[in-house]
Write a protein that binds this ligand. Structure first.
Ligand code: GGG
Length: 352
């Protein structure tokens, strides 16, 4: 198979982990006789420094003309302490999602048995937890009208959803539920928010087309609690952009670390694959970042964008074996991990 992949390392540890994800794709191409060609593009802080634009047109063009995108992360601490900054790295990420029509963000929350001890949640509550989140990605407060009034002393962001936006992600989530445990939890805040009342109404309508799927509706505050209290009660979860962003970071504790969670952003065109973690400038350049989320993102890419199920499974099994052999990056090590088995980013990637 011949495919063009755009590598979009971005900022901070994005560069370090994406190098490992790319290496895995090269290995897969070599072992299975595929021809993958790679091209690089810029985004985020790096792109602002070079061009003044967090998502240069050239990057977008390369992505539009590719078969899949492997992305790292965006962000830089200088913007965190400068709320007045007009141009920010995250704008590149939002623009990319909108321009490429990437409305469905799949975030599998899978706990490898070997990491039971790395989680802060009790093993007996956790064992066997396996959740697939669908986070809506191109609506909500991220894209609603925002601004300041009263001479800047009042700020507002608008939470906005249209029927078609809810419908299309609901269909994706229901279809996934049919291939798994046939249970779907839709998370909203319909007791308070009008946009959530529309969300619930539309999910209820779509549900009629999937009579084999059991549906429950849950308020986001209750879902946040239940995720930690009884993670095994969830199968597929569908929710909006903001709630999904927050809940999946929380759910990373089920998998042991943010460094373990991969994601796929899909829509009607090219697919984009990235770890859910950000640029983590506190550890950038130290060579300690966990590359497994990027490697598992590469596995999702092989499966979803290229339909290469065996290749994807092989990558996941390699990650599993690495963990079985006791190798850890420091975010997933525990008190029992021998010092010599705690590896840096590059070596961990090479072991996989
Ligand atoms: N790899 C994910 C990433 O770069 N996250 C940084 C970020 O700004 N995320 C906001 C979002 O996902 O909406």
């Amino acid at each position: 198979m011949k495919k063009k992949i755009v590598i979009l390392p971005g900022d901070g540890i994005g560069k370090e982990v994406t190098a490992c994800g790319k290496k895995i794709l090269e290995q897969v191409a070599e072992c299975f006789g595929h021809q993958f060609t790679f091209d690089y593009a810029t985004i985020g802080h790096e792109a602002i420094e070079a061009t003044g634009n967090p998502l240069p047109d050239e990057s977008l063009e390369k992505m539009k003309n590719s078969d899949a995108i492997l992305f790292g992360a965006v962000g830089h601490p200088k913007y965190d302490n400068d709320p007045s900054a007009k141009v920010r790295p995250e704008q590149g990420l939002l623009k990319m999602r909108k321009e490429l029509g990437l409305y469905a963000n799949l975030r599998p929350i899978k706990l490898f048995d070997e990491l039971l001890a790395a989680s802060s949640i009790k093993p007996e509550i956790l064992k066997g937890a396996d959740i697939l989140f669908f986070r809506e990605l191109t609506g909500d407060v991220y894209f609603g009208e925002r601004g300041r009034k009263d001479q800047g002393s009042t700020a507002f962001d608008t939470m906005i959803y249209s029927r078609y936006e809810v419908e299309r992600i609901a269909h994706k989530a229901f279809k996934a539920a049919l291939t798994r445990g046939k249970k779907l939890t839709s998370v909203d805040k319909a007791n308070v928010l009008e946009s959530s009342r529309l969300w619930r109404e539309v999910v209820q309508e779509v549900a009629k087309q999937y009579p084999d799927v059991t549906v429950e509706h849950m308020f986001v505050d209750a879902a946040a609690m239940k995720l930690i209290q009884n993670p095994r009660s969830f199968d597929v979860v569908v929710t909006g952009n903001l709630f999904g962003d927050i809940l999946t970071d929380e759910a990373s504790q089920i998998a042991g670390s943010m460094g373990m969670l991969a994601s796929a952003s899909i829509g009607d065109t090219v697919g984009l694959y990235e770890p859910i973690h950000g640029s983590a400038h506190d550890i950038t350049g130290k060579g300690v970042a966990n590359p497994l989320a990027s490697i598992l993102s590469a596995a999702l890419l092989l499966d979803i964008s290229f339909g290469l199920k065996e290749e994807s499974e092989t990558v996941i099994k390699a990650v599993e074996q690495t963990l079985k052999d006791g190798y850890r990056t420091r975010d997933i090590a525990d008190a029992a991990t021998p010092h010599e088995k705690i590896l840096g980013t590059e070596v961990m990637g090479n072991v996989v």
